[in-house]
Ligand binder design. Structure first.
Ligand SMILES: *Cc1c(COP(=O)(O)O)cnc(C)c1O
Length: 386
């Protein structure tokens, strides 16, 4: 069997190539490359898809987070509760506005914020909670919103990995005050370049974000607030509009792969494969299992990855270092062992190939690869005298 990469964007492009080429050509011919009707159409369709009154396109998921934080005037002296198990952008933007990220440990099954521990982290400086629907697995938003409401906190959902995921039948990105999305090419809804969006049903906040993303100018060359340049360009919006029509079917294919992975991997000792939690519909941005074999640590994981690679199976580690242990956050002073679950999980996680076009034969090859790699490596490790 040919090499199975962790993800492959070329097959999706081949399927959509005629439509994408036509859409790009139309934008090129229109002379409207920034904002304009193509961007507005995408914003309206995306808001309708998520179920919010509004959507504001921007340059990236990172900017979406920044714009959301700025829109609520979150800044120096403020604390924002978030997860240490996410891509850096989540906490990075909290720091970028001058606020302090407060990291709360995660749940080992969902890899998301442990909601049992959120309330204890709230202080009189806490302004917001920023949950991340990691790997496409929705956070229990009913419970999270109840905690936030009880304490008068803003909720900014980081939906970068979860476009289309639902909690109790409702799309993520429509629960919090704002939802932040990334259209980075590898995301479930990916552009052919950078892109992002903020969703909200608060008209005043939508207005403010529109202002902030465009140099704070309500009219050309009249600037009322300090903004940035963060616009979704028309070529990306045209491509995203086409792809939005396919998103649900792609996510369904990801679910079928996750189901097949789960039923096979749950039979294997030494791995703890993820599955959707009751009430949630995940979109499987990643299929990330935990190696729970005796002596599972990052060395054992590395050996397993090498064995997989030798069998033509790509794998990834999302994420090897929790954010509270990143050099950039050393000054926050989290001692080792402060967030024990994430510290252990980060040593155990392994992400398997996951993209809609992955064939059943490839999925089976991945599963048998995991089985044999685990058998080989664990036997070796246990045989080696300490
Ligand atoms: C990708 C990602 C972002 C940032 O999105 P960009 O479009 O790359 O800026 C933020 N948060 C999470 C969880 C992500 O996965």
């Amino acid at each position: 069997m040919n090499y199975i990469p962790p993800l492959d964007l070329t097959q999706q492009y081949q399927t959509l190539e005629p439509d994408i080429r036509q859409a790009v050509t139309d934008v090129l011919a229109s002379g409207r490359y920034i904002n304009g009707p193509v961007v507005q159409t995408f914003e309206q369709q995306f808001a309708a898809y998520i179920g919010t009154a509004d959507c504001i396109g921007c340059n990236s998921g990172t900017d979406a987070l920044l714009l959301a934080l700025r829109a609520y005037d979150i800044g120096p002296g403020d604390e924002v509760i978030t997860t240490p198990f996410t891509f850096i952008a989540t906490a990075e933007m909290i720091s970028a506005v001058g606020a302090t990220p407060v990291f709360v440990d995660i749940d080992a099954q969902t890899y998301n914020l442990d909601l049992n521990q959120v309330a204890a982290a709230i202080t009189d400086r806490t302004k917001a909670i920023m949950p991340v629907h990691l790997f496409g697995q929705p956070v229990d938003m009913t419970r999270l919103m109840a905690i936030a409401q009880a304490h008068g906190l803003i909720v900014i959902e980081d939906c970068a990995q979860a476009t289309g995921a639902t909690w109790q039948g409702q799309k993520v990105g429509s629960f919090g005050h704002v939802g932040c999305f990334s259209f980075y090419p590898t995301k479930n809804l990916g552009a052919c370049g950078d892109g992002g969006a903020v969703t909200t049903s608060d008209g005043a906040i939508a207005e403010k974000i529109r202002l902030l993303r465009n140099h704070g100018q309500p009219q050309t060359y009249c600037h009322t607030v300090v903004g940035i340049n963060s616009r979704l360009d028309a070529i990306q919006a045209a491509i995203l509009t086409i792809k939005l029509g396919y998103l649900d079917s792609w996510n369904a294919q990801r679910q079928a792969i996750a189901d097949r992975y789960y039923s096979a991997l749950s039979q294997i000792d030494g791995v703890d494969p993820p599955r959707a939690i009751a009430g949630g519909q995940a979109v499987w941005h990643q299929y990330t299992l935990r190696l729970t074999a005796k002596a599972a640590d990052s060395d054992l994981r590395q050996a397993i990855r090498q064995q997989l690679q030798a069998q033509g199976i790509g794998s990834m580690i999302y994420y090897p270092i929790p954010l509270h242990q990143q050099p950039v956050y050393a000054a926050l002073g989290y001692p080792a062992g402060q967030l024990p679950v994430v510290e252990q999980v980060a040593q155990q996680v392994l992400s398997l190939p996951m993209f809609p076009e992955l064939t059943p034969a490839q999925q089976d090859h991945v599963v048998s690869g995991v089985r044999s790699a685990l058998a080989d490596v664990v036997t070796q490790v246990l045989k080696t005298p300490a």
